[in-house]
Write a new protein. Structure first.
Length: 396
């Protein structure tokens, strides 16, 4: 016989007010935000069934939420992957991946042109765990000659940051698999709208969802996608490390994905126009953009990126650091932002931001010099972007 309800004190009623989850027959148009750190359970048996995967449900924020699950399903689908796991940032996703797949004594091969944050991770943190890294030139015919018996991973980027070198994924993935290596690719610059690295031989692909996937500089997050078994190992490690992102960030990133195609298509068109314009400017020594016929890997870019060459480009000013400072000071529309992939066009100076503190020899190998400026092209009317660039370059 059920116990009859008893009157509750005001403090109890206040604590429980608004806790009832409404039950409705129809679904909302936009996915709701599940801003709750834990789930409630009707019984111990229900908890055990959910943890065992026998029933759908969510346990605790660090293990995932419906918002994380939606983002993971969407990115996995876009990348052609079996599964994905979200994390608090792109670097958190990569850190969890490396710690899940490597152990003391292992060795990593990495593109020498790789993002500064990745460089810092593999040179400053992994050595403390007894994991070493050798940097390679992916364009070299014998790019993987430095592989060792304990080499486990090859770290690549689809387009390198900030010099926009095109990675020959089919060739490198085939060579890596011959040596038994896993191929892990950062697809942040290009997004799955332009290329799906798994379709070109990669084993894992990761993103900073803070960039194009979110799209409006509102999100902090990362995600890695790949085979179910490997992603499950990464998810377990990410849970142990506590690098889960917030539900709000996952919710925002999922909303941003709805306009990914439109934003990337417009950014690609604008970036090509900007690159062609800058290539003709007397103050510009060189433009790095794979859509230009002058780019040394343009033919490879056409093969790998049939839908566009991305919204990122960089260029070198003939006047070096002094010219770069004058250029940045002369901009009016384009803002200095140490990130990328907003809907507005932004600029950054890699030596002071993404590649700050890297040793001179590493910067030289990457081709990052004092006159290098990186642009993230947005979706504005391109004539306004060109006018601002011309105005700033006039003062160089």
């Amino acid at each position: 016989m059920a116990r009859p309800p008893r009157p509750r004190a005001p403090a109890t009623r206040l604590a429980h007010v608004g806790r009832a989850v409404p039950r409705v027959a129809n679904a909302p148009v936009a996915p709701p935000l599940y801003q709750s750190t834990a789930g409630r359970f009707a019984s111990l048996e229900q908890l055990e069934a959910i943890l065992a995967g026998d029933e759908p449900g969510y346990f605790y924020y660090r293990y995932g939420t419906p918002n994380h699950a939606l983002l993971e399903r969407t990115v996995a689908d876009l990348e052609g992957a079996a599964a994905a796991v979200a994390a608090a940032s792109g670097m958190a996703a990569l850190s969890a991946t490396l710690l899940a797949l490597l152990q003391t004594g292992d060795h990593v091969l990495a593109d020498r042109h790789i993002y500064g944050g990745t460089y810092a991770l593999v040179t400053s943190e992994l050595p403390r765990l007894g994991i070493t890294t050798t940097f390679i030139d992916p364009a070299a015919p014998d790019a993987l000659a430095a592989a060792q018996p304990r080499t486990r991973l090859l770290l690549l980027e689809t387009l390198t940051n900030p010099t926009l070198r095109v990675t020959d994924l089919p060739r490198l993935a085939a060579a890596a698999h011959e040596r038994g290596l896993l191929v892990c690719v950062d697809n942040t610059f290009t997004t799955p709208w332009l290329i799906q690295p798994l379709a070109h031989g990669a084993d894992l692909v990761w993103h900073s969802t803070s960039k194009y996937l979110g799209g409006q500089s509102q999100v902090l997050g990362g995600i890695v996608a790949g085979p179910e078994e490997i992603v499950a190992r990464i998810r377990e490690t990410a849970t142990h490390l506590g690098v889960a992102g917030g539900a709000f960030d996952a919710w925002l990133a999922a909303q941003g994905l709805a306009t990914l195609a439109l934003r990337v298509e417009r950014a690609c068109a604008n970036a090509l126009a900007v690159a062609r314009h800058l290539e003709q400017h007397p103050a510009v020594a060189r433009v790095h953009y794979p859509g230009l016929e002058s780019h040394p890997q343009h033919a490879l870019a056409r093969q790998l990126y049939p839908h566009g060459y991305g919204g990122m480009l960089s260029f070198e000013l003939a006047g070096g650091e002094a010219a770069a400072r004058a250029f940045l000071a002369g901009l009016r529309l384009i803002e200095f932002v140490p990130s990328l992939a907003d809907v507005t066009t932004t600029v950054t100076y890699p030596l002071a931001t993404s590649h700050r503190g890297l040793p001179p020899e590493a910067l030289a190998a990457m081709g990052v010099g004092p006159g290098l400026v990186r642009l993230s092209i947005g979706i504005e009317a391109v004539e306004d972007v060109l006018a601002d660039l011309d105005g700033a370059l006039a003062g160089v």
